[in-house]
Design a protein around this ligand. Structure first.
Ligand code: ATP
Length: 348
């Protein structure tokens, strides 16, 4: 049975519908991320799951109980968010113990639990310090530890890494994943950072304008995005209009686009004559045989690949090539495997 069930959840602020009839389930021990651009409704959805907002419509079940109108403290959830919200006058130990004191956990058990968490999060040396004597990464670990100390059935994260610099973000990201995995925690994580979502999640829920655009594993989201929006948002696929002009020999479809004629062997049938195609910049093979070509208008060396912006017939797109001996102004010829050309719905 699912740990969290969200059914037809809607949140309306006056005339504005921030979350619109959203439904999904999260399994016990699963890490699910709500991903989408700023304003798509992720935080509003998380606040309804945590109990800080009461939905206009719909139901939420956690651990088999209908908690739609249950206050946050009675929900078996813990929240970990970006502004760590540590108590500045309490030591790290005091912060980690806080929830356990509230729950009237006996002193011996409290001590044991805090020691265990301090070891898990490498905070043993910091227990006597005040939060302002800690680095951002350490503060974030204390915030995570405080949420974990309560041994919640569900842990909810709202952009917990957004105050950290890139290197630290990477490091804490791995720690969150390790701890979630080791403790078989059920987690719902909000972010607008697609690489964070892909790295952490068992499944990702992509949101747009208060609605779910796609729910899938990171691999499926990347390789078979359901919509042009998802293709563009995850991994910056090249998305461009095309017209279906016929069936290809041996299966698949012949497509006409500004960059030339292409064959798609996307197993999904085209939904209309005029569609969008999407293809990943790193899947183009640069070869003198083409058959496609374009003019390089900018290049950026990225270490293990070079990012090229290319234009053909006014259509601009990206190619990622393994070598860097291409200059701005060069004509570059490339091909695409038919299996890598995805057929999606036309833009809304
Ligand atoms: P971000 O990544 O920027 O935090 P988000 O996807 O988490 O964005 P929400 O914070 O859920 O987005 O907000 C969704 C929409 O609902 C926004 O347009 C926001 O302005 C609106 N909204 C959120 N809270 C309220 C409120 N209390 N009253 C009115 N409108 C609100």
């Amino acid at each position: 049975m699912s740990k969290i069930i969200v059914q037809d959840l809607t949140m309306q602020f006056d005339q504005f519908v921030a979350v619109n009839k959203v439904s999904f389930e999260v399994q016990q021990g699963e890490f699910v991320t709500l991903l989408g651009p700023s304003g798509c409704g992720k935080t509003t959805l998380l606040k309804m799951i945590s109990g800080f907002l009461t939905p206009t419509q719909g139901r939420i079940h956690i651990g088999g109980k209908d908690v739609t109108r249950t206050p946050p403290e009675d929900r078996d959830t813990a929240l970990c968010f970006q502004s760590y919200a540590l108590f500045p006058h309490m030591t790290v130990r005091g912060n980690l113990e806080f929830g356990l004191r509230q729950q009237r956990t006996p002193a011996g058990d409290r001590k044991a639990r805090v020691s265990q968490i301090a070891v898990q999060l490498s905070l043993e040396q910091q227990l006597g310090k005040l939060p302002n004597a800690l680095s951002g990464g350490q503060q974030q670990r204390v915030a995570l530890g405080r949420a974990l100390s309560m041994q919640p059935g569900v842990i909810l994260f709202d952009e917990p890494l957004s105050n950290l610099d890139a290197k630290l973000r990477d490091q804490v990201r791995f720690e969150i994943k390790r701890i979630q995995h080791e403790n078989a925690l059920t987690a719902v994580y909000v972010t607008h950072d697609q690489s964070e979502a892909l790295a952490l999640s068992d499944r990702v829920i992509v949101m747009r304008d208060g609605q779910i655009e796609q729910i899938a594993t990171p691999e499926d989201l990347y390789h078979t995005p359901a919509t042009s929006f998802v293709a563009d948002f995850i991994g910056n696929a090249n998305v461009m209009p095309a017209e279906v002009i016929g069936e290809a020999d041996g299966g698949g479809w012949i497509l006409d686009s500004k960059i030339g004629q292409l064959i798609s062997r996307d197993p999904r049938d085209p939904q209309a004559k005029k569609i969008n195609i999407a293809w990943r910049p790193e899947l183009a093979h640069v070869t003198p045989e083409g058959p496609l070509s374009g003019t390089v208008v900018s290049r950026a060396f990225q270490g293990n690949f070079t990012d090229l912006h290319v234009v053909t017939q006014g259509q601009s797109y990206r190619l990622q090539v393994p070598h860097s001996d291409v200059s701005v102004g060069d004509e570059v010829a490339f091909g695409l495997d038919a299996k890598d050309v995805l057929m999606l719905e036309p833009s809304r």
